[in-house]
Ligand binder design. Structure first.
Ligand SMILES: [Zn+2]
Length: 89
């Protein structure tokens, strides 16, 4: 009996390790790592962030990962206060 070994790749969430699947049913696999990540990036709810892949779960870690290095996060919040002191002359 002839046997052929096949390798396939399934993208997993970089935050929680959940497998990328279709409606919690069938794992979405592909023949290369790159294609598996691309497939996950094209799956509704999944987000590719700088080569990482994040599942649709919404919690602090996932939301933070999805937002990446958004310039909005780096900006001070609206209630931030800047105080400067000058020497009296
Ligand atoms: Zn996840």
């Amino acid at each position: 009996m002839a046997i052929e070994q096949q390798v396939f790749y399934i993208a997993k969430c970089d935050i929680c390790g959940a497998h990328c699947d279709e409606a919690g049913d069938v794992w979405l696999w592909d023949t290369t790592r790159q294609l598996a990540v691309q497939q996950a990036a094209d799956t509704p709810g999944w987000t590719e962030v700088e080569g990482d892949i994040v599942c649709p779960v919404s919690d602090a870690k996932h939301d933070e990962a999805r937002e990446g290095d958004s310039p909005l996060l780096a900006a001070p919040p609206k209630d931030a206060v800047t105080v400067s002191f000058q020497e009296a002359s």
